[in-house]
Design a protein around this ligand. Sequence first.
Ligand code: FBP
Length: 549
Amino acid sequence: MKKSALQKARATYQPKLPIVLTAPVKVVEGHATESVADQDAIRQLFPNTYGLPEIHFEKNPSPAPGKPLNVGVILSGGQAPGGHNVISGIFDGIKKIHRDSRLFGFLMGPSGLVEHKYIELTAPIIDEYRNTGGFDIIGSGRTKLEKKEQFDKGLEILRELGITALVIIGGDDSNTNAAILAEYYKANNAGVQVIGCPKTIDGDLKNAQIETSFGFDTATKVYSEVIGNIQRDCNSAKKYWHFIKLMGRSASHIALECALQTQPNICLISEEIEQKNMSLDQIVKYIADIVTSRAADGNNFGTILIPEGLIEFIPEYKKLIRELNELLGANKDKVAQMNNEQLTEFILGNLDASNVAALKKLPESVAKQLMLDRDPHGNVQVSLIETEKLLSGLVADYLANDEAFAAAHGKFSPLHHFFGYEGRCADPSNFDADYCYSLGFNAAALINAGVTGYMSAVRNLVKPAVQWIPGGIPITMMMNIERRNAEDKPVIQKALVRLDGAPFRNFANHRDTWAHNTCYIYPGPIQYFGPAEVCDQPSMTLKYEHQHK
Ligand code: FBP
């Protein structure tokens, strides 16, 4: 395959590892753990994997000789930069433990395990993919691994290949399923360990133990580069308002990080909108007032960042979506038989009147998306909802009748962008390349330590990579009970933007200045070669969150 000059040069990059992982390790166990909430319920659901200790690794001066390990790996859910480095880290890690170790990749996500579709990942294949973006080495998918029949079917192929450990690289839902699978295999003495790895560009798989999910760093740097480019164009022509929607299914971490990196005129944070109980009309007025105030200064241009999940956080729409979820969840079988027209009729006939009114306020296309489009986990497909157009349309309507805007002789010409898929497969930044390789290498050490139901955890990430601290966190420790599709389920708690957290507070302290003045920052493209202060910087979110460490 023909390669670009950068691809060739980047293939030779040797990701940095925590110093501890550069030699044989031994396990150091911490105290027994508890789940983050709903302890009794989680303990009952995970009798074999609940309460395990946190662990970290230390150098082992007298290691026992390693045995060959046969390991399977699955990429689950949306792509995130660095997935290939997790896999190359696992490969190098198990080969270092024993040269006869083997790695098998299940194809197109969890369905590969159930359908017995796999390839053996050999050194030439791994070498092709080192430090590259994408998940194309084995593909990814969103099949949910949750049923006993799937676990048993998976076990057949694991036994056939002599695989005794499975690494699931995924977000909160996939790692929840990894915990359920670990419990099932342990309960049945299947002899298969299950280890999770924290992946998602959304940045919402993090907590007191997991500092960040991989992919967030690179994706936000890609989006910030393009936002910066747009801001320079915007500040040159001074005639457009750019409405930029940013991926991130639920939490606003991506939008917030990009705002910190680029200083746009407006950035909406869904979590704040929910907390302030803002209606759609109030959001529109908030934007329109800034447009008017800039127009009064002769600035008929600006940038506004909109988190993808916004609609689900506006209280009136949150209530609507909750009722929709309950209604569709409780009538799964009936609904599966309906065509779109029948389904719409069924929904409108059964929703509460206030929710029908909220639905009818929306343009037809958005209303349809809310009612009809769901992913396999039952989530609204927020990446398909054109919130940027919805908002700019409502702002235009508002300004058309606004006296202050007319008095300022304001002009409002909106342009629309959606950045999401552009960033998910970018070549990983040095941070993600190093972090992912370390997560994979560390997963191999966890497997060698014989544990199951753990997430690979590498901490101390604001420090140089050599000082990172590798270890493992019991997945049950991150779980609580949440309502999903009309049922109470054990799930990993999603991390939303904390309004009392340093990243948000920093943004909130500056946003009025950024709104009325033009303070754009132009971060430029990710640099893979050059001085560490340009190439190795972690995200601003991570820096602010750990600034006192
Ligand atoms: P994960 O949670 O699986 O990492 O996926 C995140 C994400 O990139 C969201 O930001 C986005 O809403 C969604 O995937 C898009 O899904 P799809 O790739 O199926 O269109």
